[in-house]
Design a protein around this ligand. Structure first.
Ligand code: FMN
Ligand code: EPS
Length: 373
């Protein structure tokens, strides 16, 4: 399976939802950077299952065991490997799904692609659970970026059509993003929470699910990071974000709405700023020609409603080829969005760090260690 990514930072994610564990190997990290494990654990906790009624009831502590690549709280430059054990598996819930694939989950396509040998339990390697190691990798990368003044945060832009106030693409700053990136149900306007939760709860009680949108931003990024065509900043972020299970789309800046604007409306006028060129508006979302402009980088990600719902559904019996009725048992997120916030932020951090390293913008920590000093 193809679960490796990166040019300079290379990540390899392994494991299955109901196997012994899941994990990540992060290769190519710069040496000497301090990693605060409490900050890593905070991000792991934001994503962990079993939080509240918006999430699956499966309980996992998601504490990563760091096997290599760190010494005395700093990166050593060797591959950083982390293992997260699976504990609360209930594989009996998946017995009928071996032959009755869930509509909109990967049971059927996985069955065809891997000749029926794929592990369906808990979604196997397709599971949202595999985003735990992605969050670990992202939490490490974002701390390296923080040493260079780059801050990343996100909020729930919408759930089931109930909207939060958008981030201001021009004035969004480090303080706002740092605050958002510590919260579970992160919102710009906390008043939006009740209406969103109500939609999730209504869907849950209806044996159904809902989707939503996450808006993510990064500030402090210098201008000039990225490349044209196939290696642009958008391409790199999108390739990781689209790898997050249940993601259906991503748009940068004004995104699809740009299609119905005039050039005179959409163009962002250049103005002199504090020692750097800025733009008056930020429809471009911080990236032009695949290269960062120095303005806040901003994108939105659409999540579909969770596939596994408790309502009876129509499917095919893979053994007989006949139509069948499926009733899914088990513990599922009625809405994936709240737990996906640190996943999206982590994906952005990995992509940005990789792009910066490629241009030699991430030096060894403080120029390296002098053991004689
Ligand atoms: C954090 C997270 C939790 C998820 N939880 C569930 C879940 O409980 N039930 C489910 O059917 N899908 C869940 N998903 C989504 C599925 O894993 C995903 O829809 C499936 O693997 C098919 O992939 P695709 O939607 O990207 O095509 C979750 C995804 C994420 C990111
Ligand atoms: C375990 C997690 O989420 C799981 C993601 C998931 C899926 O199909 O993606 C299905 C459920 O698995 P299970 O049936 O084993 O409870 C979720 O609980 C996690 O995010 O850590």
């Amino acid at each position: 399976m193809s679960s490796s990514w990166g040019n300079l930072i290379h990540i390899q994610i392994f494991g299955e939802s109901h196997g012994g564990g899941i994990g990540v190997v992060l290769d190519g990290l710069p040496a000497g950077y301090p990693i605060d494990m409490d900050m890593v654990l905070l991000q792991m906790k934001r994503r962990a299952p079993g939080q509240d009624l918006t999430s699956t009831a499966r309980k996992e502590s998601d504490s990563p065991e760091v096997l290599s690549g760190m010494l005395d709280g700093r990166t050593t430059g060797a591959p950083l490997a982390a293992l997260i054990r699976n504990k609360d598996t209930r594989s009996g819930d998946y017995k009928n799904l071996m032959k009755l694939p869930r509509p909109s989950h990967a049971d059927y396509t996985g069955h065809v692609r891997y000749s029926g040998f794929n592990d369906v339990r808990g979604g196997g390697h397709f599971s949202g659970r595999l985003t735990a190691p992605l969050v670990f990798a992202g939490a490490v990368c974002r701390q390296i970026l923080l040493c260079h003044g780059i801050h990343i945060g996100s909020h729930i832009r919408a759930i089931a059509g109930k909207e939060d106030t958008p981030l201001d693409p021009v004035t969004v700053d480090a303080v706002q993003l740092d605050e958002l990136s510590q919260q579970f149900f992160a919102l710009v306007d906390p008043k939006a929470e009740d209406a969103m939760r109500l939609e999730v709860e209504k869907a849950r009680l209806d044996c159904d699910s809902v989707g939503g949108i996450i808006e993510c931003a990064a500030v402090g990024l210098p201008a000039g990071i990225g490349s044209p065509m196939f290696d642009g900043m958008e391409n790199r972020i999108a390739s990781l974000v689209m790898g997050i299970p249940a993601v259906r789309g991503i748009e940068f800046g004004t995104g699809f709405a740009a299609a119905s604007m005039r050039g005179s409306e959409h163009n962002d006028a250049f103005v002199p700023g504090d020692g750097q060129v800025r733009t008056l508006s930020n429809h471009h979302g911080g990236v032009i020609g695949g290269i960062t402009s120095g303005m806040p980088l901003l994108f939105r990600t659409a999540f579909k409603p969770t596939a596994s719902i408790a309502k009876p559904q129509q499917t095919i019996d893979l053994t007989s080829g006949k139509q069948a009725t499926l009733v899914i048992k088990g513990r599922h997120d009625p809405c994936i969005v709240p737990r996906a916030l640190p996943v999206v932020e982590g994906a952005a951090a990995i992509a940005i760090l990789d792009a910066m390293m490629e241009l030699g913008k991430i030096p060894p920590y403080e120029g390296g260690r002098n053991h004689d000093a």
